[in-house]
Write a protein that binds this ligand. Structure first.
Ligand SMILES: *Cc1c(COP(=O)(O)O)cnc(C)c1O
Length: 350
C-alpha cells in the first residue's frame, strides 16, 4: 500500500477530533539507521540505531506534530496559525500552513536562528517577526495573543502536536519488533520526550512492547531540568534546545523518572565533538541540538554512570545538518586553493 503520511498510517492511535482534515507532506517513515562504527567508538558492545528525523519534509521531527496540529486547525477552518520558535517549528508550521492555505506567523528570538531554518520559514511564506528577547519571551507572547484573538497556537503546548509526535515511537517499535532498551533524546521545550514516552506507553498497552529507559539530554547552558529551576538567559550553540523554561518540563522529568532514566546535560564542546563523530564515522550529518542525546549517552558511558553493554539503543537525531551550515564552515575557514593542473593536485592529495 502506498504511504500516505502519518495520520493515514497511525490515525487510529492518535487522539484527534472528528473535524480533523488531513494536511500531509508524507512526513514520518524516517529510517532507523544502524550505527556500528559509532558504537565501536564508544568502546563497548551494544546495538546502536539512529532515528534520523532530519529526513522529514522540512528537515526536522517537528513535521510529525505539525501535520496533526495544522490538520486540526484546518478542519475547524482556522485562518491563522502562530508559533514561537528557535527555527524548526517555524519552518514546519509555515510549510503545513502553506499547504492548508492558512496564514502563518512565527516569532523568533533575534539573531539566534540558524540560516537554514529562517530561510525555510521565509520560503514557505510565513510572516516572520523577530523578538528582542528569548524563545521563552516569544512563547509567552504567542500564548497570550492566541488567547485574545482567533489565532491557532501550534507550539507543543497544542495537544495535537504531542499526538502527532508519538508516531516516531510507533515507527521504532514497528521496525525493531519491540521498543529499544534505551532511547536517548535531546530536550528543549520538552514536547518530544513527552511524546515518545506517551507513544511507548500506548504501544506497551496495545501491543505488549517493552518500555524503554529514557535518557533526556539538555545543553549545559540551557539545562533548567537538570538545575531544577528556570534559566533566565539560556546559552548554547545548539539553538534548537536553547530554552530556559520548558513548557512541558514537568512531563519530561516524569517520563525520565517513570522509565528508570534521567535528564542530564552536556557541554557545547561535547555536542560539537559528537556531531563530528556521527558525520565522520557514519555519514550522518545532523544539526548540533540533534546529537545532544548521543553526546549524553557517550558522557554517561565514559564516566561509568551508564553501561550500554548488550543493549539495543536508539538515539533520536532530531534535525538535519543542513539546517545550520554555519556551525561547520565557521570553524573550517576556506578550502585549499591550487593551480588547475594534475601536478598541483598530486602534490596536495598524495
Ligand atoms: C525542537 C527541537 C528539539 C527539542 O525538542 P523539544 O520538543 O522542544 O524538547 C531538539 N532538536 C531539534 C533539531 C529541534 O528542532
Amino acid at each position: 500500500m502506498a504511504y500516505n503520511g502519518l495520520i493515514e498510517k497511525y490515525g487510529s492511535f492518535l487522539n484527534l477530533p472528528k473535524h480533523t482534515k488531513t494536511i500531509s507532506l508524507l512526513e514520518g517513515n524516517t529510517p532507523l539507521i544502524p550505527a556500528p562504527n559509532l558504537a565501536k567508538y564508544f568502546g563497548l558492545k551494544f546495538e546502536l540505531f539512529i532515528k534520523y528525523e532530519g529526513l522529514n519534509p522540512t528537515g526536522s521531527f517537528k513535521d510529525r506534530g505539525m501535520t496533526a496540529a495544522v490538520s486540526e486547525a484546518a478542519g475547524r477552518e482556522s485562518h491563522t496559525v502562530i508559533c514561537a520558535s528557535t527555527g524548526n517549528t517555524a519552518a514546519s508550521a509555515a510549510a503545513y500552513a502553506a499547504r492548508a492555505n492558512i496564514k502563518s506567523i512565527v516569532l523568533i528570538p533575534q539573531g539566534k536562528v540558524a540560516t537554514g531554518k529562517l530561510a525555510g520559514a521565509i520560503a514557505y511564506g510565513a510572516q516572520v517577526v523577530q523578538i528582542d528577547g528569548s524563545f521563552d519571551d516569544a512563547l509567552t507572547m504567542v500564548v497570550d495573543i492566541s488567547n485574545k484573538h482567533p489565532i491557532c497556537l501550534v507550539n507543543s503546548i497544542n495537544p495535537y502536536r504531542i499526538e502527532g509526535q508519538k508516531t516516531s515511537a510507533f515507527e521504532i517499535c514497528d521496525t525493531l519488533g519491540n521498543a529499544p532498551d534505551v532511547l536517548c533524546i535531546p530536550v528543549g521545550n520538552a514536547g518530544n520526550i513527552t511524546s515518545y514516552w506517551a507513544g511507548f506507553q500506548q504501544y506497551h498497552q496495545a501491543k505488549g512492547t517493552q518500555l524503554p529507559v529514557i535518557l533526556g539530554v539538555q545543553a549545559e547552558g540551557a539545562a533548567p531540568l537538570v538545575l531544577g529551576h528556570p534559566v533566565e538567559k539560556p546559552e548554547t550553540i545548539a539553538t534548537a534546545i536553547r530554552i530556559g523554561k520548558p513548557a512541558r518540563g514537568e512531563q519530561a522529568l516524569e517520563a525520565a523518572d517513570q522509565s528508570g532514566g534521567n535528564i542530564t546535560a552536556v557541554s557545547d564542546d561535547e555536542i560539537l565533538h559528537m556531531q563530528k563523530q556521527l558525520a565522520g564515522l557514519e555519514g550522518i550529518w545532523v544539526e548540533p541540538a540533534s546529537v545532544a542525546g548521543l553526546a549524553g549517552l557517550y558522557k554517561q558511558t565514559k564516566n561509568g554512570t551508564f553501561d550500554p553493554s548488550g543493549k539495543t539503543i536508539v538515539a533520536v537525531c532530531t534535525g538535519h545538518g543542513m539546517k545550520d551550515p554555519d556551525i561547520i564552515t565557521r570553524g573550517f575557514g576556506h578550502p585549499q586553493v591550487i593551480s588547475p593542473n594534475i601536478a598541483a593536485l598530486e602534490k596536495v592529495i598524495l
